[in-house]
Design a binder for this molecule. Sequence first.
Ligand code: IMP
Ligand code: MG
Length: 171
Amino acid sequence: MNPEVYISKRRINSIVNRLASEITSDYSDKKPLVIGVLKGSFVFLSDLVRKLDFPLELDFIRVASYGNSTKTSHEVSMLLAPGIPIKGRHVLLVEDIIDSGFSVDFVARLLKKQEPASLKICALLDKPSRREVNTVIDYIGMEVPDKFIVGYGLDCAEQFRNLPDICVIKE
Ligand code: IMP
Ligand code: MG
């Protein structure tokens, strides 16, 4: 497997700058609780929060999804729950990539049960052609075609998370 650069680190930086300024105008007076979805969002989240120059709190959630190619039912389960109470907080959920939408939909439903004051979703990448569950994504870095993406936190069988650019896998 040979990863080929698809979005350079320079371009990623300008995407993250744009998202940070959108988020700043909406949240600078709200002391939001920013929740990253592990593991894929860890690089994006760490770049994003360092561009947010206002008070915020940070937490993580980890989910595993078991896609079933023969059925449209995907099972998602929580492996790590957020530690900071969500009730009454302005929550910003940060994802690496939205594919079918099952994972983010599962997490959003779970968090909403805990009565946040508001809940918005930020995703670095979006593959709209693959969507099966329609969850509103409030901040989108970039739309990508139906290709397997690695690097900048995203993996293929736990490989390539450390690549500084966003790459596509060439067989
Ligand atoms: P969904 O539940 O189908 O939307 O899948 C979302 C999760 O699957 C993401 O949070 C990623 O962790 C993973 N994923 C989806 N597409 C890709 C990809 O192209 N590369 C790496 N991981 C992906
Ligand atoms: Mg993920």
